[in-house]
Design a protein around this ligand. Structure first.
Ligand code: SF4
Ligand code: SF4
Length: 258
């Protein structure tokens, strides 16, 4: 083989060693990675780099080349804050790529899911909350407040979600919110044990099937009870109810308490 042809052959082997890895990531929703032209602005923007190294540009490049290390802890670092997306000159939906890599790990078992996440995911799938608490205790935070259960005709559903419903310290948030709504004379109710985790965070962690199940359960509960307007405490609930549930058939007015 002539020297030049041989050199080209070797270079192509290095550039795209595992093309199927790129296809797996794109198939899991990582299509935006094709737009990245490696400027590195995302790395300079990511707040992780104030405390440790996290080269977002390299993750994008490795995904383009099919060289993603699915077992690397960096797969799980992105906190999905969107700061990099807002500054990317190519409009790359970087979070979609991160989520796609995680989906590949979770659905194909080709990497290591951190223990804490694996336990939370199991709890969410089984009990509807990341703490593994009993669903029938979900309304315990409200037991001394005299709140009514939401029923058709009630104006507003207050949806505290998991941590404000169960965590002994964060319960103060849901209790204070209900107290404010009561003092304002708002006609509202809660769903208690009919409520499930909104699913926003577990979806970004790559557990798409779990998200779909949670969303369908919440949408059915909202529809069965005639919910039209939901007030939330969590930005996760706000985002997913407003931007993700509608494509699954859940169309409700969403208001964040702030
Ligand atoms: S800012 Fe956008 S184009 Fe630049 S490296 Fe990051 S993802 Fe790629
Ligand atoms: S979305 Fe992820 S990668 Fe982008 S700045 Fe935030 S933490 Fe960093």
């Amino acid at each position: 083989m002539p020297i030049l042809e041989s050199a080209v052959y070797v270079e192509m082997e290095v550039l795209s060693p595992y093309k199927e890895a790129t296809e797996v990531i794109i198939g899991a929703g990582g299509e935006p990675l094709r737009l990245c032209y490696q400027c590195g602005i995302c790395t300079g923007t990511c707040p992780w780099n104030l405390v440790r190294s996290f080269i977002v540009r390299r993750i994008m490049h490795e995904a383009q080349l099919g060289a993603t290390d699915f077992g690397n802890e960096q797969v799980w670092l992105c906190a999905t804050c969107r700061a990099c997306v807002q500054r990317c000159p190519r409009g790359v939906e970087i979070i979609d790529v991160m989520r796609a890599v995680r989906r590949a790990v979770v659905s194909l078992g080709i990497g290591i899911v951190p223990d804490a996440l694996r336990i939370s995911a199991k709890n969410i799938a089984g009990a509807g909350n990341p703490l593994g608490e009993a669903p029938e205790k979900r309304a315990d935070w409200a037991k001394d407040l005299g709140l009514k259960k939401f029923s058709p005709g009630t104006e507003i559903l207050y949806f505290p979600c998991c941590i404000p419903a169960y965590d002994p310290d964060v319960k103060k948030v849901s209790q204070a919110t209900a107290t404010i709504l009561n003092k304002l004379g708002v006609d509202f109710g809660i769903l208690g044990s009919e409520e499930r985790c909104c699913g926003e965070a577990i979806r970004k962690a790559g557990y798409e099937d779990t998200f779909q199940s949670l969303a369908q359960s919440n949408i059915a509960a909202f529809n069965d009870n005639g919910v039209k307007t939901v007030v939330v405490s969590s930005p996760h609930c706000y985002h997913t109810f407003k931007n993700e549930y509608p494509e699954l058939g859940g169309k409700f007015k969403v208001i964040h308490i702030t």
